[in-house]
Design a protein around this ligand. Structure first.
Ligand code: ARG
Length: 479
């Protein structure tokens, strides 16, 4: 019989039971449910609802249940949801005392606290993977700070850049993702218990005390909002979608660059797959699946948006559907980072090929226009002169660096011998003056700043993680 069935005369239709059942996925919240329950019991104890003898019995029962689940997680069964399971199990063990556990609490505020407790932990774990992945990107950026390669716009040769600049570009995306994670943490860090089903409780629960026990910095300010708010889950799904999308963009580069046409890199054997028919193949499946899986996470985000879009206040059963969406995004994102942290450093980049393509001298066209500008030619005029020069070279099937000084001078009297100092991709990147450009000297500074900020972010997140409550810590307060 379900917790709420006392006034029912008929038992629930079997199909409806299956339809409403959530234990299959919300069992993942069992630890969070125990932690939340402990904080709730301590809050009840504070107002005299339990004496110390009862607290001791509750403590033993919780410890016992905790170790039974750790020994065999499959014992979580035969209940509508995880909240019902935990309450029933404790009550079976301790009889009448168990009947007081749910005082001043509803599954509506219970699921809200469980979900927040769960996600807070996962977010901390994801932060450390993200930090580790950024460290990989930054070390590759350092290694390739002056490895020249062609830069693209529209996937057409544009201007010389460095491979280090590429990695720093990707790091900038993941840097924003980490910032977003810290930002959504603030909304996650709100304690809803004490909101009851929707209208709080006439039992004087000290909510600030509950929040302190569970290490939340704030308590929710409105009981109806508290039980129906899933903004934090949506924000997390947005974070997960965008972060995964950044991985997917990087994946696309790796796929292109591993093709025979680009030949910029060779994939590590332990991270690529062969073909069952074509013996010569080495396929970029890790990168392709990264590109492929992102759709599911973005789909989860859309799914939750649509679930929430027309919900009246306050709790509605629809939002039970939020959990599988978040769980799968958590799993996929963590797994992807674990794979990429191992994968990326093992890719072999072919510096000679990157350089050879960077030596397509037309990549220097913009630098040459700027050369004329620095000698006093208005930019639009310089653009035209270099345009004419490109056409001339194309007709003559020549590179810029095959032209003699007399040929240069027929296009503009401003061309002098020093133009030859410009004609290499290395010179091009080294001549860049603006902050944020691929000039290796500038990028070394960028790298230094990024490394030191990453170090402090790491400490910040470790601090958060250390601050999370443990079951043992809460149970020690029972006596
Ligand atoms: N399994 C439910 C959920 O995940 C718990 C809350 C049930 N509340 C209720 N009023 N039926 O949302």
């Amino acid at each position: 019989m379900a917790l709420w069935q006392s006034r029912w005369t008929k038992s629930l239709n079997k199909d409806v039971e299956d339809f409403t059942f959530s234990l299959s996925f919300d069992k993942r919240l069992w630890k969070a449910d125990l932690v939340g329950t402990c904080a709730h019991l301590l809050t009840l104890k504070k107002i005299g609802m339990f004496n110390s003898n009862e607290m001791q019995i509750l403590r033993d029962a919780i410890l016992d249940l905790n170790s039974s689940i750790l020994t065999d997680p499959n014992i979580i069964s035969d209940a509508e949801d995880i909240h019902t399971f935990i309450e029933e199990k404790l009550t079976q063990k301790i009889g009448d005392i168990g009947k007081k556990i749910h005082t001043g609490r509803s599954r509506n505020d219970q699921v809200a606290i469980d979900f927040r407790l769960y996600l807070r932990e996962e977010v901390c774990e994801i932060s450390s993977l993200l930090i580790e992945f950024r460290a990989v990107l930054l070390s590759l950026a350092k290694e390739h700070i002056d490895t020249v390669m062609p830069g693209y716009t529209h996937l057409q040769h544009a201007q010389p850049v460095t491979l280090g600049h590429y990695f720093l570009a990707y790091d900038s995306m993941f840097e924003r993702d980490l910032e977003r994670l810290g930002d959504l943490y603030k909304r996650l860090d709100v304690m809803p218990l004490g909101s009851g089903a929707l209208a709080g409780s006439s039992i004087p629960l000290d909510r600030e005390y509950t929040a302190k026990l569970l290490k939340f910095s704030k308590i929710s300010q409105n009981s109806m909002d508290a039980v129906s708010d899933r903004d934090f889950a949506l924000e997390f799904l947005f974070f997960a979608s965008l972060t995964y999308l950044h991985l997917s963009r990087l994946a696309e580069e790796i796929i292109l660059w591993s093709s025979q046409e680009f030949s910029f890199l060779t994939l590590p054997e332990e991270y690529s797959t062969g073909s069952s028919m074509m013996p010569h193949k080495r396929n970029p499946d890790v990168a392709e699946l990264t590109r492929g899986k992102v759709g599911k996470i973005i789909g989860n985000l859309m799914d939750l948006f649509i679930t929430l879009k027309a919900l009246p206040l306050s709790y509605n059963r629809d939002i039970q559907e939020d959990k599988p969406l978040v769980f799968s995004a958590v799993d996929e994102l963590k797994l992807a980072f674990k794979v990429w942290i191992g994968f990326l450093p093992k890719i072999e980049f072919h510096k000679e090929n990157l350089k050879r393509f960077a030596e397509d001298s037309f990549l220097l066209a913009t630098d040459l226009a700027e050369y004329l500008v620095l000698k006093g030619v208005p930019f639009r005029e310089a653009h035209k002169i270099i345009g004419d020069l490109v056409r001339y070279c194309e007709e003559k099937k020549k590179n810029f660096n095959e032209l003699k000084i007399d040929e240069w001078k027929t296009f503009s009297p401003f061309f002098e011998e020093d133009v030859f100092d410009l004609l290499s991709p290395e010179k091009s990147v080294n001549a860049k003056k603006t902050f944020g450009s691929p000039n290796p000297k500038i990028n070394l500074k960028v790298l230094e700043t990024k490394l030191s900020s990453l170090e402090s972010l790491k400490e910040e997140w470790e601090e958060r993680r250390k601050n999370l409550p443990t079951l043992e810590e809460l149970l020690s307060k029972f006596l």
